[in-house]
Design a binder for this molecule. Structure first.
Ligand SMILES: [Zn+2]
Length: 661
């Protein structure tokens, strides 16, 4: 979450933030003139159609380890977050009777903070916590088909629908406050997070009442922030995290356009991004900054990486060449911020840094947002390089920030993780840093990452299969089942595998007739050799199978070897298949907090027998689907040792990058 507590002073100095007065008394000239006329021009364009279409949420199911993990999360932090932090969820009816009014000046969200500077953000925080949590929760319930959790989700959806006003308003402000802001506020952000969950529920139930409510809420925004005649992102203060998170309402307008094909939503999406880009805001994803080759990303990580999705939507919906160029530049800038695991700098600011495996942490929120943005680009472009990026982030950064045994996650994590005692590798320059530990809540920082840890699995799973003009595409690999209709035939495909912990996949395809089914399977970039028990054709990065038969059962195996990658100037790291491997470091576990709900704790780790390793000239590396073995040089003893690297997702303390001897 964009609150910076202890590292505030530290980072604010670097970013020259302290010169801003938070409640903004500095007048900023309105930017309306800059953008008049642009939109009409772009509205002439037809949107580029997405190369790959998302399936309906309920058409894909996780199986194997993915299902096990999602069921475990429902039994764990995702299923219990409301009871773990009841004050933030159960006791604050922020969209209903506790909507914010002028009389509410502060809110205690349990965060450790230096001063009242960020109090105004605390006002909307619970809307993000609640809605992101519900979004992940209900998607987990839908994808795993769990009746108990589905019933709870349905009750929640009905309760939220009852809070909708006659005029369509769904949100957190009373009549007096809504849509009347010139500064920090949570108007659009509280709606973006809420409506994402409702869209998920609609896709599952196909209940028109839910879609109706979402469209009414969208129309209420359009009525109050009229297209080309208002400035939803105007702020007297350029630091307005809730306001700029609000750009993600484009997720809603873009999806509504995909579902309803109403061009009004498309135009509005483009308008929102352009208004955001034209206003004076300290955010990276604005056109002039992206077009400046010398500009280095510096904003709050979660914002920057989610805004990639808003720009992608606006660029592809408008086909505006300027936006397309800005998008290309944005992607290049982001490439320099990602660690070997794919985790993007976000601890919490990017701060013009390049990724480092030991010193730049990534926030779970940033990890989720970047993955979701890559999924969105995968659909738009059909380019499998984005699928590679999605797998890199999900299997490594995200899995590697989950506790491998307990239901808890790291708010912040580094690839090389030498201790997890709250601070980044025991860096004492941040005395109040608490985020480098495992918790089912992280309330002392902010309850933003745990809700997103519940979203990332479902967002991965729901995008594993997509449709193109010919048939089905297995874009992201892993154990799953897809059941959909292609050319009027019902098609059920079981993808049976431990992928990425095994690189062989069995596909069982059943269909209701004998029309030709075209099935495309992504060929991972790292595959040296492919074996298949049936014939296929290669089409770019896809293996294309065509069947008439009603039942097909075949196996595809991707052969690979240990791959060595250079990182920065003098480091290397290793992958085998989709997985980044790490040398595990044994640690001493301490339970640093107990929760009222039994079985939930905060965990911290100190290294035992601490040593770091170098890579000798002849490491003799060998790998298989579960481990990489080799010889490493102990920096302390200067002796060579036979060591075993394991996937990052199976580690707590670890070393991922190595310098050469
Ligand atoms: Zn977070």
């Amino acid at each position: 979450m964009d609150m910076f507590v202890d590292n505030l002073t530290h980072m604010a100095k670097a970013l020259n933030l302290l010169t801003f007065v938070f409640l903004g008394t500095v007048l900023v000239t309105s930017c309306s003139k800059q953008r008049s006329g642009q939109l009409q021009e772009t509205e002439q364009h037809q949107s580029l159609s997405e190369k790959l279409q998302l399936l309906r949420l309920s058409e894909i199911k996780p199986t194997g380890w993915l299902e096990k993990q999602m069921v475990g999360d429902l039994d764990g932090f995702t299923g219990h977050l409301d009871s773990i932090v009841p004050d933030l969820i159960l006791k604050d009816d922020i969209y209903g009777k506790d909507r914010l009014s002028k009389s509410v000046k502060t809110k205690d969200v349990g965060a450790i903070t230096d001063d009242g500077l960020w109090q105004v953000q605390f006002l909307w925080w619970n809307s993000e916590t609640q809605s992101n949590w519900w979004d992940g929760y209900l998607r987990n319930a839908i994808l795993t088909g769990n009746a108990y959790h589905l019933a709870r989700a349905e009750k929640y959806v009905n309760k939220i629908l009852h809070t909708q006003d006659e005029d369509g308003y769904l949100g957190i402000y009373d009549q007096e406050l809504r849509y009347k802001f010139d500064n920090e506020n949570g108007e659009l952000w509280s709606k973006a997070t809420l409506l994402r969950g409702l869209l998920g529920w609609y896709e599952y139930t196909q209940d028109e009442k839910v879609l109706d409510a979402i469209e009414k809420a969208a129309q209420n925004i359009i009525n109050n922030y009229p297209i080309n005649a208002s400035h939803p992102f105007y702020s007297t203060n350029p630091d307005a995290g809730g306001l700029t998170h609000g750009l993600m309402i484009t997720d809603i307008f873009e999806r509504l356009f995909q579902l309803t094909k109403k061009s009004e939503y498309k135009s509005y999406c483009v308008f929102l991004y352009k208004d955001f880009s034209a206003n004076k805001l300290n955010e990276d994803a604005q056109i002039p900054k992206l077009m400046d080759s010398a500009y280095k990303l510096r904003g709050h990580g979660a914002h920057t990486f989610e805004h990639l999705r808003a720009l992608s939507a606006a660029a592809y919906l408008s086909e505006d060449p300027e936006l397309m160029n800005a998008l290309d530049n944005f992607l290049k800038k982001i490439a320099g911020t990602t660690a070997p695991s794919g985790g993007p700098i976000g601890d919490e600011w990017i701060g013009q840094r390049e990724a480092d495996a030991t010193t730049t942490g990534y926030e779970f929120c940033s990890t989720h947002e970047l993955m979701h943005s890559y999924i969105s680009l995968l659909g738009k472009t059909g380019a499998m390089e984005y699928a590679e990026k999605v797998e890199r982030v999900f299997f490594n950064a995200a899995q590697g920030a989950r506790h491998p045994q307990h239901s808890a996650i790291a708010y912040l994590k580094t690839d090389n993780s030498f201790s997890m005692n709250g601070k980044r590798n025991d860096d004492t320059t941040q005395p109040k840093q608490t985020r480098y530990k495992y918790s089912p809540a992280h309330q002392d920082a902010a309850v933003c990452c745990v809700p997103n840890a519940g979203r990332i699995g479902p967002y991965y799973v729901q995008s594993m299969w997509m449709k193109d003009t010919e048939g089905l595409v297995a874009t992201l690999l892993g154990p799953s089942e897809v059941s959909t209709e292609i050319n009027g035939e019902n098609v059920l495909i079981k993808e049976i595998t431990d992928y990425p912990y095994s690189n062989s996949i069995r596909f069982v395809v059943e269909k209701s007739g004998n029309k030709t089914l075209t099935l495309k399977i992504r060929k991972p970039a790292w595959a040296d050799e492919i074996t298949s028990s049936v014939d296929y054709q290669k089409e770019g990065d896809l293996l294309v199978f065509r069947f008439e038969k009603e039942l097909m059962d075949f196996e595809v195996a991707f052969k690979t070897s240990v791959k060595e990658h250079s990182f920065k100037e003098d480091e290397v790291y290793f992958t085998y298949g989709s997985l980044v491997y790490a040398l595990p470091i044994s640690g001493q576990e301490t339970i640093s907090k107990n929760f009222p709900v039994s079985g939930f704790h905060d965990y911290q780790y100190s290294p035992l027998g601490f040593a770091r390793y170098l890579l000798p000239t002849a490491p003799n590396l060998a790998g298989d689907d579960s481990k990489i073995t080799g010889v490493f040089l102990n920096e302390k003893t200067r002796k060579q040792e036979n060591r075993e690297l394991v996937p990052m997702g199976k580690t707590i303390l670890r070393q991922v990058t190595f310098q050469r001897e």
